[in-house]
Write a protein that binds this ligand. Sequence first.
Ligand code: PRP
Ligand code: MG
Length: 212
Amino acid sequence: MTKIRIAVQKSGRLNEDSLAILKDCGISIDNGKDQLKATARNFPLEVFYLRNGDIPQYLRDGVVDIAIIGENVLVEKGKDIEAVEKLNFSKCRVSLAVPKNAKYNSVKDFEGKKVATSYPNTVREYLESQGVNAELHIINGSVEIAPNIGLAYGICDIVSSGSTLFKNNLKEVEVILKSEAVLAVSPKITEERREILRKIQFRIKSVLQARN
Ligand code: PRP
Ligand code: MG
């Protein structure tokens, strides 16, 4: 029997809520946490546990049919990928931040400065739209440490509770985008699997309605 293949974040902020929504949709998955692939017991679905940043490419290639992913990742790496449902969890912002005691007036203050980020495309596009020229320093994690060690003037990263900024003596100065988890679809999905997707979407809509 044909199964739909869904990508879910392997570990991190989206993982738990992603599995919870599948569960609330009545889909039971046997979860060997260390397994990178699992099969649903009562629904034609296979789960692939992947790294966030890799998911857009898997969708593009049609290696997976759908994914639960942050909109911010699609903005950064998957502008060509369609999101069909907003899932109302993992809400965050992608923002620019500078040291708490910096005198900051406007985004023009980033002119000629270094910005550390894991979201280079998002920041580049935003700063360009504002007519600001800055140098990007691309790092994969712990971005908030960069200003404290003299690596950059400011940063661009995800802000959720704001506690990471606070702990690192930074202040949020510009919100580039707001994001939440979405259900994204591969451009290569087959009609047969699209039929299964419709069933999932139907269930998701009722779950979200019941949660409200
Ligand atoms: C993420 C993100 C921010 C932080 C935001 O980092 O990169 O640093 O969470 O959340 P907060 O506003 O609630 O503090 P994560 O802890 O996932 O680690 P990483 O940056 O090393 O990937
Ligand atoms: Mg971080």
